[in-house]
Design a protein around this ligand. Structure first.
Ligand code: NAI
Length: 483
């Protein structure tokens, strides 16, 4: 089997070399094709941080094992790490956090074992990076949560939980506030849960989840979250087991999967041969399991756990009275410990069952539509306008533009209603949402909306427009706070 490997920037080449040496010493039956990605590729003028050849190789091989990569600051370029995850639809980010004996934490000292898997949606949410300055004072980020995107990652999480033999799967969310976006994610979670009656499926609001994770992490098995919340919660979990040096990450897609450490390029220690390769090694071990190389994975993981248990450490963790090893010495010790079994969490050695390559080239982009369209009606429109005037002045102007089709319903500022009722204690910014609905309840069409747009633009700069739709009896938009 052949996989693509990108060494990365900063400490990337050092820790990648350490891991590949361990693989080689264990005769892992893999061939590596090195691909060009990262800072120096940006510097050569490739705006997405990878060469065309790298893209073709990765798409042909289906697996990318990568070191951390730097995103150049202030050049208007996007992170190659995020681009790779999104371009190849690696929709599930799986991060396993386990107590590692020899890595002291508050929980290991209190004898509270941690074995947690966070599955984070990896494509959507605010990570689309679709942002606009609506006025000089107001920035807007669009947050996309989609039904097919949510179903993809949630189904992966349930399937993984079932295979792992976990009992509990939890959805972390903020659906109490973001009723449509997080509400949709939560709805998808319980929809998928019906197909897995053997698993206890529940949900926890994300702030409460954080509190519970830092007090009783042992109560959770698998937690699935949207992208940004998952990003934050997974770093929190890295802290529970000893820090970023121990946090592996797998980005799983239907065609291409990417394995990498959670941490970055650590520029402060790069080139010194002192970085801790454990996180990248754990990511590599999870890649071996993904490829069916169970025996290699178990032998290497047992050697790593044994090494940590015996007090061997790099400079970033461990007992300071025992001298720290450098990156090469640390990996050599792991190699010397092949065949040793750790006292705690020893992995069962199962035979290798290499997966046959099921990769096939796609001819066109897959379109994901999960639901038949219900009967849809336009019942109004939200016009986001720039104005530094008071709400009642805006209301008077807007009412003149309603004509025979529209009535002005309410005006809000940063989501809080300020007209027809509100409080003078609500601080304002120079951007309002003016909501119009059909005057007599008859459905509207797009021409009606553009007529209103043209009329209103005589008085205001319109920054953005959103249709208000209903599906059957259901409102497909949120109400303003206080409406
Ligand atoms: P970082 O994770 O590189 O470093 C944070 C701190 O942790 C530093 O003190 C560093 O020395 C230490 N550290 C990290 N990994 C370590 C290891 N294996 N062994 C010992 N100590 C380690 O985060 P930072 O400084 O915010 O980011 C640096 C660069 O990395 C940025 O350009 C960022 O964009 C990039 N980055 C790339 C990621 C990826 O490729 N997936 C993920 C996160 C950041």
């Amino acid at each position: 089997m052949k996989i693509a490997v990108a060494k990365g920037d900063g400490i990337g080449p050092e820790i990648m070399q350490a891991v590949l040496l361990i693989f080689e010493a264990n005769q892992v039956p893999l061939e590596y094709e090195m691909v060009e990605m990262g800072k120096w590729v940006f510097d050569k003028g490739f705006s997405n941080g990878m060469t065309k050849e790298a893209q073709i190789t990765i798409e042909n091989l289906g697996i990318l094992f990568k070191g951390p990569m730097e995103t150049p600051k202030g050049k208007g370029v996007k992170s190659v790490n995020v681009t790779a995850r999104k371009t190849w639809n690696t929709y599930a980010n799986k991060r396993v956090f386990q107590t590692l004996h020899g890595v002291d934490t508050v929980f290991s000292k209190a004898n509270i074992p941690i074995d947690l898997t966070i599955v984070r949606e990896n494509i959507e949410d605010t990570y689309g990076g679709i942002e606009h300055m609506l006025t000089h004072d107001v920035a807007l980020s669009r947050r996309f949560i989609t039904r097919p995107g949510s179903l993809q990652v949630i189904k992966y999480a349930f399937e993984m939980a079932k295979k792992k033999g976990t009992k509990r799967i939890t959805c972390g969310h903020k659906a109490n506030i973001m009723k449509l976006t997080d509400g949709l994610f939560l709805e998808c979670f319980y929809e998928v849960a019906k197909e897995y009656p053997e698993l206890k499926a529940d949900d926890v609001i994300v702030d409460d989840l954080c509190m519970k994770l830092v007090t009783r992490p042992d109560l959770f098995d698998v937690v699935v979250l949207t992208n940004l919340q998952g990003d934050i919660v997974s770093d929190l979990c890295a802290g529970l087991i000893g820090g970023l040096g121990f946090a592996p990450s797998a980005n799983i897609g239907d065609h291409i999967s990417i394995f990498e450490a959670v941490h970055g390029t650590a520029p402060d220690i790069a080139g010194k041969n002192i970085a801790n390769p454990t996180a990248l090694l754990l990511s590599g071990i999870s890649m071996l399991r993904h490829l069916g190389l169970m025996e290699n994975a178990a032998i290497i993981e047992n050697a790593l756990l044994y090494t940590l248990e015996s007090g061997v450490h790099t400079g970033d963790f461990g007992n300071k009275s025992i001298p720290a090893l450098n990156t090469s010495q640390f990996s050599e010790t792991i190699i010397a410990n092949f065949g040793k079994i750790p006292k705690v969490n020893a992995k069962k050695i199962l035979p290798n069952m290499p997966k046959t390559n099921t990769l096939f080239r796609l001819e066109k982009n897959a379109m994901m539509i999960s639901k038949e369209m219900e009967e849809e009606q336009i019942v109004g429109v939200d016009m986001f306008i720039e104005s530094a005037e008071q709400p009642n002045v805006i209301a008077q102007k807007c009412e003149r533009h309603g004509g025979l089709k529209f009535k002005l319903i309410n005006i809000s500022n940063r989501g809080t209603q300020v007209w027809p009722t509100g409080s003078v204690y609500t601080n304002l910014v120079n951007q309002y949402n003016v909501r119009f609905e059909s005057l007599d309840g008859t459905p509207l069409n797009q021409q009606d909306i553009s007529g209103l747009y043209v009329s209103l633009s005589g008085d205001f700069k319109i920054c953005s427009t959103e249709l208000l739709n209903t599906w059957g009896n259901q409102r497909a938009y949120s109400l303003a706070q206080g409406q």
